[in-house]
Design a protein around this ligand. Structure first.
Ligand SMILES: [Zn+2]
Length: 446
C-alpha cells in the first residue's frame, strides 16, 4: 500500500466481524474470527483477527459482533430515478406498462430535478441494503453522476441512447455527443464509469448501433443493452430483420467482452453460442422478469457456458425494490425452478453473483468484488443476530435465504462509512421522503 509520494498508506481501521466471506478463489468460503484491515480507500490485509490487531495496534479496532462481512453488493442494472414511479402502475405486461403508463408519465415529468430526487431516493435505498456500486440507465446521467458522487456511491452510468427525442436528447446523435462529453468529464474518476446505453435493438437504428460499436472499441468503453427481454421482442425482430436480436448485434459488431446484455429470458442454442464466442456479460434481473411476466433467464445454462453473470434489480417501477439481498434470494430460488434442479445456483454462487459476478460483468474485477489486499475498501456488514437467523450453521445460508435489508448494519465505500449501524451518513432520509411525497402529489394530480 503506497500513497502518492510512495509512502505507505497507514492502516487506520481493523474490522473484526464474526465471519468474513471474501469471495476469493483460495481458501474456505467463510472464515470465522478473521478481520479486514483498511488503509485509506483500499484493503490492506485480510486474515486472522489476532494477527491483524497485533500487527497494527494503533489502528481503531471495530468489533462487528454476530455480523458477516463481505464485498459490497454490485447492482448491475437499474433505472434509479424510476424509484419515483414505484407502485404507480403494477400488474401489467411490459408492452402496455411502458406504452400506456411509463412513457407518457416520463414525457411529462422527467427533468433534472426529477432525476436528482429519484436517484437520491434510490441511492439511499441501495446504500441501506449494502450496495456499493450500481449501474444506471436513465435520462440526465450527468445529474445521476452528481447524486452518486454526493452519496459516496460508485456508479456505472449508461447514457440512454434511443432514436426518438427525449427531454435529455433530441435523438441518438445528441445522445452520443453527450455520452462522450460525460465520459471526458469523469475519465479519471474512481467513482464514476461512463458507458453507452443503447436501450435495445428495437429502439435504435442499425447505423447508430454500428457507430456505438466503433466508438466503444476505440475508447474501450462498456456498452449495456436490454436484450431479448420478452418472446415478443424476438418475434418482432425476426419479422422486421429476419434474425434474432443477438444475431443483429453480431452484425453491428457489438458482441464483445465489453457488452453487458440485460435480461436474456429468451435464449436459443445459437444465441448462447454467440454470447460464449464473444465472451459477452449477462445481467440477470429475476424479479423484474417475474413481475412483468417477461420470461425466465436460464441462469444455470449461462454459468455452465462460462459466461460472466451479474445481478440487477432493474428499476423500482418493475420490481418494486432495489434490495440486492432480495434479488439474490429470488435468483437462487428461480434458477432451481427453471433448471428443475435443486442444486442449480447454490447460496454461495448467488452471493458471488451479487458481488464478484457484478464486478466481472462491469469490467471492475481487478479492484472490486473481493476482500483481498489492494482491492477497494467497499464492504457490507450484515447482522446474523436476529431470531430469523438462528441457528447459524452456515452464514451464507442465512444471507441467501433468510435475511432482509433490515439486517444490513454497516457499509463502507472507499474506506468511508456510508452506513453506520443502519443510519445513512451521506444522505438525509427524512428529506428524501418529503421530496418523494411532493412528486407523488404532482404526478398523482396529473
Ligand atoms: Zn431495465
Amino acid at each position: 500500500m503506497t500513497g502518492p509520494e510512495g509512502t505507505p498508506t497507514p492502516v487506520t481501521t481493523v474490522l473484526c466481524p464474526e465471519w468474513v466471506l471474501p469471495m476469493t478463489d483460495e481458501g474456505p468460503f467463510c472464515h470465522e474470527g478473521w478481520a479486514v484491515a483498511l488503509a485509506g480507500d483500499r484493503i490492506a490485509a485480510v486474515g486472522p483477527a489476532e494477527a491483524l490487531t497485533a500487527r497494527w495496534p494503533q489502528a481503531t479496532r471495530q468489533a462487528l459482533p454476530k455480523q458477516a462481512l463481505l464485498p459490497g453488493f454490485i447492482n448491475a442494472h437499474g433505472h434509479a430515478a424510476m424509484s419515483l414511479f414505484r407502485g404507480f402502475a403494477d400488474d401489467m405486461a411490459l408492452g402496455p406498462w411502458l406504452e400506456e403508463r411509463i412513457w407518457p408519465l416520463e414525457g411529462r415529468f422527467v427533468d433534472p430535478e426529477f432525476v436528482a430526487d429519484g436517484t437520491a431516493l434510490a441511492a439511499a435505498e441501495m446504500l441501506r441494503g449494502g450496495t456499493t456500486t450500481f449501474s444506471d440507465m436513465y435520462f440526465f446521467p450527468e445529474v445521476a453522476a452528481s447524486v452518486a458522487l454526493k452519496a459516496g456511491l460508485r456508479a456505472q452510468l449508461c447514457c440512454p441512447l434511443i432514436q426518438f427525442p427525449t427531454a435529455w436528447a433530441s435523438g441518438a446523435e445528441e445522445g452520443l455527443r453527450k455520452t462522450l462529453a460525460l465520459r471526458d468529464e469523469h475519465r479519471d474518476s474512481e467513482q464514476i464509469q461512463v458507458a453507452f446505453g443503447p436501450h435495445s435493438t428495437y429502439a435504435l437504428s442499425p447505423e447508430h448501433m454500428i457507430r456505438i460499436a466503433t466508438l466503444a472499441e476505440e475508447l474501450d468503453m462498456p456498452v449495456q443493452i436490454h436484450l431479448q427481454e420478452t418472446a415478443a421482442e424476438v418475434e418482432d425482430a425476426i419479422k422486421a430483420h429476419g434474425e434474432r436480436p443477438t444475431a443483429s448485434l453480431e452484425r453491428y459488431g457489438l458482441l464483445s467482452p465489453r457488452l453487458q446484455a440485460v435480461h436474456l429470458t429468451q435464449v436459443s442454442d445459437g444465441d448462447l453460442e454467440r454470447l460464449q464466442r464473444y465472451n459477452v456479460s449477462v445481467v440477470h434481473c429475476p424479479q423484474s422478469n417475474l413481475k412483468l411476466a417477461s420470461g425466465f433467464a436460464p441462469v444455470a445454462r449461462f454459468l455452465k457456458a462460462g459466461l460472466r453473470v451479474a445481478l440487477g434489480t432493474d428499476g423500482a417501477a418493475s420490481n418494486n425494490a432495489l434490495s440486492m439481498l432480495r434479488e439474490l434470494q429470488v435468483a437462487a430460488l428461480l434458477a432451481k425452478a427453471v433448471a428443475g434442479d435443486a442444486t442449480a445456483l447454490p447460496a454461495r454462487q448467488a452471493l458471488r453473483m451479487a458481488t464478484r459476478g457484478g464486478a466481472e460483468a462491469l469490467g471492475m474485477d481487478e479492484r472490486r468484488g473481493q476482500l483481498a489486499p489492494g482491492f477497494d475498501a467497499d464492504l457490507v456488514s450484515i447482522s446474523l443476530a436476529g431470531l430469523e437467523a438462528q441457528p447459524v450453521y452456515h452464514p451464507e445460508s442465512q444471507l441467501a435465504y433468510s435475511l432482509s435489508d433490515s439486517a444490513v448494519r454497516h457499509c463502507w465505500i472507499a474506506g468511508k462509512p456510508v452506513l453506520k449501524d443502519g443510519t445513512l451518513t451521506t444522505l438525509d432520509e427524512a428529506d428524501l421522503i418529503r421530496r418523494a411525497e411532493r412528486w407523488k402529489h404532482r404526478m398523482g394530480a396529473a
